[in-house]
Design a protein around this ligand. Structure first.
Ligand SMILES: [Zn+2]
Ligand SMILES: [Zn+2]
Ligand SMILES: [Zn+2]
Ligand SMILES: [Zn+2]
Ligand SMILES: [Zn+2]
Length: 322
């Protein structure tokens, strides 16, 4: 995906230049291939670039084989629009990735999977309008009709119980060879945000959720990247578990014992080792974690100022401003 977005930015420059010289010159062929990997709202934006791209978006199947809906379209996507968009793939839809599309219901999802039996990626994280029963039914429909479904992302769907997970795993495992199942990659807490639909390393996990070995809830379960933890063999001392059972460092994903737990200026948890290495606010002596590095109000060495201390120094809060 990164590659394709690079190609996208350099190619769009070519298009602009090309258009300035002559109206008729069509955009580079590769640009049409890039369309396949873009989220829906970018596909729509591309249709505004020139006539050839508009025609491709309106009439070709290619831009619609992978339907990825993320912000800002997520909250506006309805069942009706979803069915309309996916019907452009003519039954050949490969990826259905709906990120946080809260208005999509079981009915909408079911209609799409019935019309698209070849779907191999079903990613519906935080689509809270879809129920556990709805997911199970959709997966059963897909697995009965084809042998394609290879990854399922359902984190954030409410009330998923062990019975649902067992049923989903049973349906999916028919489709995936055993070796591939065993090759499942570990799931690290600090990498959870770097997930994209097309990333290769991500492909190997079949279902994102598991039963937590500590609390037995169906949730995201994280592995520990600490070398000393990976050597432990007894399951009762292993630090594999959900984020509630095992507190983890935001930067390295390692388990954090209560005696070495440090708080960052963003209120995330850091292990002592990571905490020591980070620059800290000159007033409260707290660092920011990796994901909130851009929260520094001033980061001109040697002055570091976090949001909280900046608020205090101005007498207003960020929530007032927002
Ligand atoms: Zn747990
Ligand atoms: Zn750490
Ligand atoms: Zn650990
Ligand atoms: Zn501070
Ligand atoms: Zn943070």
């Amino acid at each position: 995906m990164e590659e394709s977005s690079k190609a996208f930015s350099s190619l769009s420059i070519t298009v602009e230049k090309g258009q300035a010289q002559t109206e008729q010159e069509p955009p580079h062929e590769a640009l049409f291939l890039v369309l396949t990997y873009l989220p829906v709202y970018q596909v729509l934006a591309m249709s505004q670039v020139c006539k050839a791209l508009r025609d491709a978006v309106n009439n070709d199947v290619l831009p619609w084989l992978n339907v990825i809906v993320e912000r800002p379209l997520s909250s506006r996507l309805s069942d009706e629009i979803l069915v309309k968009i996916t019907s452009k793939a003519n039954g050949r839809l490969k990826t259905l990735a709906l990120m946080n599309c809260t208005h999509i219901t079981d009915k909408g999802l079911q209609r799409v999977v019935e019309q698209n039996p070849l779907t191999n990626k079903l990613h519906i994280p935080a689509c809270t309008g879809i129920t556990a029963e709805g997911v199970t039914r959709a997966v059963q429909t897909l697995c009965q009709r084809s042998n394609c479904l290879s990854t399922l992302r359902i984190n954030g769907i409410y009330n998923l119980q062990k019975e649902h997970l067992d049923m989903l795993a049973m349906n999916l495992r028919k489709n995936v060879p055993l070796e591939e199942q065993q090759m499942q990659k570990p799931n690290y807490y600090h990498k959870r945000g770097s997930f994209t639909v097309f990333s290769r390393e991500e492909n190997q996990r079949i279902i994102d959720l598991e039963t937590c070995p500590k609390c037995f809830e169906v949730t995201m379960v994280y592995d520990c990247p600490k070398v000393e933890c990976m050597k432990r063999e007894k399951p009762q001392v292993q630090c594999r578990g959900c984020k509630f059972c095992i507190p983890r460092c935001e930067n390295c994903g390692g388990c954090v014992g209560s005696e070495e737990e440090e708080e960052a200026a963003c209120a995330d948890i850091l292990c002592l080792e990571c905490w020591l290495q980070l620059p800290k606010c000159n007033f409260c002596n707290k660092p920011y974690c990796k994901q909130h590095e851009n929260w520094w109000c001033s980061s001109l060495d040697p002055i570091f100022l976090c949001r909280v201390c900046d608020e205090h120094s101005h007498g207003y809060t960020y929530t007032d401003v927002l």
